[in-house]
Design a protein around this ligand. Structure first.
Ligand code: CA
Length: 221
C-alpha cells in the first residue's frame, strides 16, 4: 500500500512517517500543498493523509483539486481545527475521515485500516480470497484456516497488494510501487525474493506466477 503523507510540521510528519513505515506502508512525504497535488496526479496512491494548514496550497484546495480530477483515492484529513465547520467542509469536500491533532499514531493507523477496508468493499477486518487470509492489524497470514504465520513488513506489503484485488495480475513494477516509497533502494530481484519467502511460509500455490506478466492470488480460491 502506497501512502501520500502531506504534512508540513516536521515533528508530526516524522512521527507519522515512522508509524506508517513500521506498519509496512510505502510512504511518500511531501510538505507543500502544490507538490502534494502534483504527486497525487502523477502517482497511484492507495491512501492520502492530508494536513489542512499547508504552505503552497491549503489542504482544502488540495482535496478539492484531487476530487476535481475524479481521483477516488481514500483520503483522511489531519486537522488541528477542531470546529464543526471545518470537519463538515472536509467530509463534504470528499474526505473519507478525519483525525484531530494531537492524535495517537495508533488511532491514525486504525482509521487508515478502516478507511481502506470500506473503500475496498470489505466488511470484515481480514483480507482474503477464501484460501489465504491476512490481518492488516497483526500482519499475520493464515492458509486454509491453519495456524497464523508472522510475515515480515515487506512480505506483508506484497501479499496485501495482491489480496486487495484477488484475480488481478500485478507486474514487478506494480508491486515495487506498493512496497517502496521515494528514496528507498529497490534491489533488482527484491520482488522475486519476497515471493519466494512467502511461498515457503504459506505454500507454493498461494501466489501464482503469470509468466512474463506478473503475479496474482486466485479469486475465490
Ligand atoms: Ca500544518
Amino acid at each position: 500500500m502506497r501512502v501520500l503523507l502531506v504534512e508540513d510540521d516536521p515533528m508530526i510528519g516524522a512521527a507519522v512517517l515512522d508509524a506508517l513505515k513500521d506498519a509496512a506502508y510505502a510512504v511518500d512525504w511531501v510538505r507543500d500543498g502544490r507538490v502534494a497535488l502534483g504527486a497525487a496526479t502523477d502517482q497511484h496512491y492507495d491512501l492520502v493523509l492530508l494536513d489542512l494548514g499547508l504552505p503552497g496550497r491549503d489542504g482544502m484546495e488540495v482535496l478539492a483539486g484531487i476530487r476535481a480530477r475524479n481521483n477516488p483515492v481514500p483520503l483522511i484529513v489531519i486537522t488541528a481545527r477542531d470546529d464543526l465547520e471545518h470537519r463538515l467542509r472536509g467530509l463534504d469536500g470528499g474526505a473519507d475521515d478525519y483525525v484531530l491533532k494531537p492524535f495517537h499514531t495508533r488511532e491514525l493507523l486504525a482509521r487508515t485500516r478502516a478507511v481502506l477496508r470500506r473503500k475496498g468493499g470489505q466488511a470484515g477486518a481480514l483480507l482474503g480470497n477464501g484460501r489465504v487470509s491476512l490481518d492488516p492489524a497483526t500482519h499475520e497470514a493464515c492458509v486454509s484456516a491453519g495456524a497464523p504465520v508472522r510475515l515480515t513488513q515487506r512480505e506483508f506489503a506484497l501479499l496485501q497488494a495482491l489480496l486487495v484485488r484477488p484475480g488481478i495480475i500485478l507486474s514487478r513494477s506494480d508491486l515495487e510501487d506498493r512496497i517502496y516509497g521515494w528514496g528507498e533502494e529497490v534491489e533488482s530481484n527484491a520482488v522475486e525474493y519476497l515471493i519466494h519467502a512467502l511461498r515457503r511460509k504459506l505454500g507454493a500455490d498461494v501466489i501464482r506466477n503469470v509468466r512474463g506478466v506478473g503475479w496474482m492470488v486466485a479469486k475465490g480460491a
